[in-house]
Design a protein around this ligand. Structure first.
Ligand code: ZN
Length: 325
């Protein structure tokens, strides 16, 4: 959709820089007639990002004091990171689903406990000790991309909110994160999709300690929920906006079915998740990508296990997956 058409719905895309391989995130600003405005997603908490926000908001001729609400699709640093900074600037409430608030509690406010569980999880799943240390090291860095906590307010799924003069419904879409939500406009068919539905990348679906025990199952279900909606245009958090939501959903489901087949075959007759991961993704991944590849492999392994396509046994303290007879 061209900028012009988005403006018809009083929406502006704010694309902000990210210090990752995925180098940008799209946030969205919706402006009401009286110059009051709201935003969806925040970017990371870096000075570069703050400067980008300031510039874009002044270019749009908006006043920080007229920002009424900050909606966050999920707790990941590229979406939630600058929420506290934006709140300080504007005094606006920051809204997330109740399950999103819990994730903030577990992952940021109770970080030490989470990191302890994560180190155990890596070892149980066959990650060599030095690599576990390296992976833990990269994680402690992402903490700095979050501002001192924002004061958070819950918004329930099903709530109708007004963005730029149009009504949108908050839709719970767990999978990428348990507390992930999208915003859907019934009148205009616009879907603010967060990371749920992206044009060219498949959303990362990961199994984490303390997270949903079968994240791929809930992700595929939440995609089917979206598929029932007449969606005209998807406004994703990364990449270009796009049409053809139903086709994209079908493509993603097919991708996961294929990946499940590969994962099942790679498990062979007793492999750790780390071994399966190397079989699928190769051994050239950097530490950062390895974290996601492993957690994604785990999501597929537990999905297969819960559908009785794979079984598990313990070898010492290592968990092995194998094909049941
Ligand atoms: Zn995310």
């Amino acid at each position: 959709m061209k900028t012009l058409q988005l403006e018809k719905y009083n929406i502006h895309v704010v694309t902000l820089p990210l210090p990752f391989d995925l180098d940008h995130v799209n946030c969205y600003v919706a402006v009401d007639r009286d110059g009051m405005w709201k935003l969806i997603d925040c970017g990371v908490n870096t000075e570069q990002n703050h400067a980008a926000w300031d510039k874009r908001i002044s270019d749009l001729g908006l006043d920080w004091k007229r920002l009424q609400a900050i909606y966050v699709t999920h707790f990941h640093p590229d979406h939630y990171g600058a929420a506290g900074w934006l709140q300080e600037k504007s005094g606006a409430p920051v809204y997330m689903l109740p399950s999103g608030l819990e994730e903030v509690e577990i992952l940021f406010n109770n970080r030490k406990h989470f990191l302890g569980e994560l180190a155990d999880y890596y070892q149980r799943n066959g990650v060599p000790e030095p690599l576990t240390q390296e992976m833990m090291g990269t994680l402690s860095k992402t903490g700095s991309l979050i501002h001192s906590q924002a004061r958070l307010s819950p918004v329930e799924a099903g709530t109708r909110i007004n963005l730029g003069g149009y009504e949108y419904e908050v839709i719970w879409t767990p999978g990428h994160a348990e507390g992930h939500c999208c915003f859907y406009g019934r009148e205009n068919g616009i879907l603010f999709a967060g990371d749920q539905l992206l044009a060219h990348i498949s959303t990362n679906i990961s199994l984490w300690p303390d997270g949903n025990p079968n994240p791929l199952a809930v992700y595929l279900e939440s995609l089917q929920q979206l598929r029932k909606l007449p969606i005209n245009i998807v406004l994703p958090a990364h990449g270009q906006s796009f049409t053809g939501a139903a086709e994209r959903i079908d493509e993603l489901c097919a991708h996961h079915r294929e990946r499940l087949e590969l994962t099942k075959a790679a498990a062979g007759n007793g492999s750790s998740a780390y071994e399966v991961c190397r079989e699928i993704f190769g051994d050239q991944l950097n530490v950062y990508d390895m974290r996601f590849a492993l957690a994604e492999t785990m999501a597929h392994l537990v999905y297969l296990e819960q559908n009785s396509k794979l079984a598990t046994r313990l070898d010492g303290d290592r968990l092995l997956f194998y094909q049941p007879a």
